[in-house]
Design a protein around this ligand. Structure first.
Ligand SMILES: [Zn+2]
Length: 230
């Protein structure tokens, strides 16, 4: 038989239906045979004046807190929180590192992987060339840079952890063109009376010259005309 004290402590939880099914059964069994507790239950059931309810709420909160702290124990709870924070921090760092290493395009490619072919002048005046990387990895970004000498640089970049190619065609194997758009970009940086005088592919080891002013170029191939068609 449970003590009436305990039952009376649990009654507010029972009335609010927030105690376990097991506790509810125990309380009901007790109420069936204890008029004192039943009276208390009836009192709590009927409209409770506000001050009393506040007291009851406090008592209830106290009970819940007591239950939590006795379950965890202070140190256990602390250790759990610390562990949870550390593991989420670790996961956060791992996610960051993963995205950093696989998505951040920071690595230039070695010069010996780069093949420049089919440099030619297109019918509309653009200078076309084919850029190909000879290994099996993807190329996800080509950055542009330029200087006041008229040099224009295209720099292929890869993430630190490079990805295998999934398609036959991509930045690692396609025609590029030095076109009026890039010249406009250049002019907007260095002035309307300037223009691009040389084009380089920048690699880890060297700048590979693709074209420079005065170089005699053959007409671009049909493949170039076809791929760079607008
Ligand atoms: Zn009782």
């Amino acid at each position: 038989m449970l003590k009436c004290e305990v039952i009376k402590d649990l009654l507010p939880l029972y009335i609010d239906k927030v105690c376990s099914r097991e506790s509810a059964t125990l309380i009901e069994e007790h109420l069936a045979g204890c008029s004192s507790c039943r009276l208390e239950w009836e009192n709590l059931q009927s409209a409770i004046p506000l001050p009393l309810q506040t007291v009851d709420n406090n008592r209830r909160d106290g009970l819940v807190l007591k239950a939590i702290s006795s379950y965890w124990g202070r140190t256990k709870l602390k250790a759990f929180m610390k562990g949870a924070m550390l593991s989420s921090l670790t996961i956060g760092l791992l996610v960051l590192a993963y995205f950093g290493l696989t998505q951040w395009h920071i690595m230039k490619v070695p010069a010996d992987l780069v093949v420049i072919e089919d440099v030619g002048k297109m019918k509309d005046g653009r200078i076309a060339f084919h850029l190909r990387l000879t290994d099996d990895y993807d190329l996800n970004q080509i950055s542009y840079d330029m200087d006041e000498e008229g040099n224009f640089y295209m720099t292929p970049y890869r993430p630190i952890i490079k990805k295998k190619r999934v398609a036959p065609v991509g930045l690692f194997n396609m025609y590029q063109a030095l076109d009026s758009f890039l010249n406009e970009v250049y002019k907007s940086r260095f002035g309307a009376d300037t223009h691009i005088k040389a084009l380089y592919i920048v690699t880890r080891d060297e700048h590979i010259l693709v074209w420079q002013e005065g170089m005699s170029l053959p007409p671009a191939s049909l493949a170039a005309e076809e791929e760079l068609k607008r």
